[in-house]
Design a protein around this ligand. Structure first.
Ligand code: 8IG
Length: 281
C-alpha cells in the first residue's frame, strides 16, 4: 500500500506506526536498535554491517516508495550486527524534490523510530563547496544549514538542535576512523545543482558540502528522540570549482570508486556507536 490516505497525511506518526507494524510482520523482527539510510554513493555500504536477517521491497510497505534515483536501491534490509543488535537499512530515500511532500521525506526516519531505533545514521552524496575537500572523501557531518526553508515539524514544536549531530557519536566515529574530517552540510531543495555564485555563497555561509537530503531527516530523527550521526561522500566539487559541468554519472562513479572503503567505514562506525557492551555516558 503506497497511497497517501487523507488520514495518513493528517497523522504522519500513525502512518509510521502502521509501516513499522508491517515491517515487523514481514520480517519477524520486532525491535531494532539503529537505522541507516543509504544515500548516493553508499548503495552497497551496508554489506559489512553483519548478517542479513531479512530483505523486503520498500514499495510494499506503507508510505515508502521505490527509489526515484538511479543508483539507489528500493530495499529495506535488517541486519544482525556482531554485537547482536538489529539495524534497519533504508535503501530507498524519498527526496524533497520528488514532490511527495515533507512527510514522505522523513517517513523512513519516523518508521525507524517506531521500530525502536535509538540511533539514526544518515548517509549521502554531496558536492564540496571548498577545494579543501576532494571527491572520494568521506566526511563526518558536524552541523548543517537547512536551506530548504522547510521543517518536518508542524505546530509549536520548538526542538533544540544545538547538538543535533551528537558529539558523542562524532567522537566515536573519529575514534574508529581517525582520518575522518568533519564539515558542515548544506541542504538545498534541488533537483538542479547550484550555480557557481551559489557555491561561493554556500562557502561564505560556512558550508563545506552541499546536497539535497539529510537535514530534514536529521531534524525528524531528533524530534523522534533519536541520536543522529551523518556521513557524506564527497562525489564532486561544486559548480565552478571543477573544470567540468556536474552530472549524476560522476556521482555514481565516485560511489563505485569509494565502495571498498565506505562499507567497512560504515560498519565500524555503526558497530562502535551501537555496541551494547560499551558504557554509555
Ligand atoms: I552527489 O554538487 C551531489 N548532490 N545540491 N550539489 C547539490 N547536491 C549534490 C551535489 C552538488 N552533489
Amino acid at each position: 500500500m503506497t497511497n497517501d490516505t487523507t488520514a495518513a497525511r493528517e497523522h504522519p506518526l500513525a502512518h509510521a506506526l502502521h509501516a513499522a507494524d508491517e515491517i515487523r510482520q514481514m520480517t519477524g523482527v520486532t525491535t531494532i536498535d539503529a537505522s541507516v539510510t543509504l544515500g548516493s554513493g553508499w548503495k552497497s555500504a551496508d554489506q559489512h554491517l553483519g548478517e542479513l536477517v531479512s530483505e523486503i521491497d520498500a514499495a510494499t510497505v506503507t508510505g515508502f516508495r521505490r527509489a526515484a534515483v538511479l543508483g539507489h536501491s528500493g530495499a529495506l534490509r535488517i541486519y544482525r550486527t556482531p554485537h547482536g543488535t538489529h539495524v534497519l537499512v533504508i535503501g530507498a530515500r524519498t527526496h524533497l524534490y520528488e514532490g511527495h511532500g515533507i512527510d514522505a521525506v522523513v517517513h523512513g526516519v519516523r518508521t525507524a523510530a517506531q521500530l525502536g531505533a535509538k540511533t539514526m545514521f544518515l548517509t549521502n552524496g554531496a558536492g564540496a563547496v571548498t577545494t579543501r575537500l576532494s571527491p572520494g572523501q568521506p566526511l563526518l557531518i558536524a552541523d548543517h544549514l537547512n536551506l530548504t526553508a522547510r521543517s518536518p515539524l508542524v505546530g509549536a514544536d520548538f526542538v533544540d538542535l544545538t547538538d543535533l549531530y551528537t558529539s558523542r557519536l562524532r567522537d566515536i566515529a573519529r575514534s574508529v576512523a581517525p582520518d575522518l574530517q568533519e564539515g558542515v552540510y548544506a541542504q538545498l531543495p534541488g533537483p538542479h545543482y547550484e550555480t557557481p555564485a551559489e557555491v561561493r555563497m554556500l562557502a561564505s555561509l560556512g558550508a563545506d558540502v552541499v546536497g539535497m537530503s539529510t537535514t530534514l531527516e536529521a531534524i525528524a530523527a531528533r524530534h523522534s528522540g533519536m541520536d543522529v550521526c551523518a556521513l557524506s561522500l564527497v562525489t564532486n566539487l561544486g559548480a565552478g570549482l571543477q573544470g567540468t559541468i556536474l552530472n549524476h554519472e560522476e556521482v555514481l562513479e565516485a560511489g563505485r570508486a569509494a565502495e571498498a572503503t565506505l562499507g567497512p567505514l560504515l560498519a565500524r562506525v555503526v558497530a562502535a556507536a551501537t555496541n551494547p557492551t560499551e558504557g554509555t555516558d
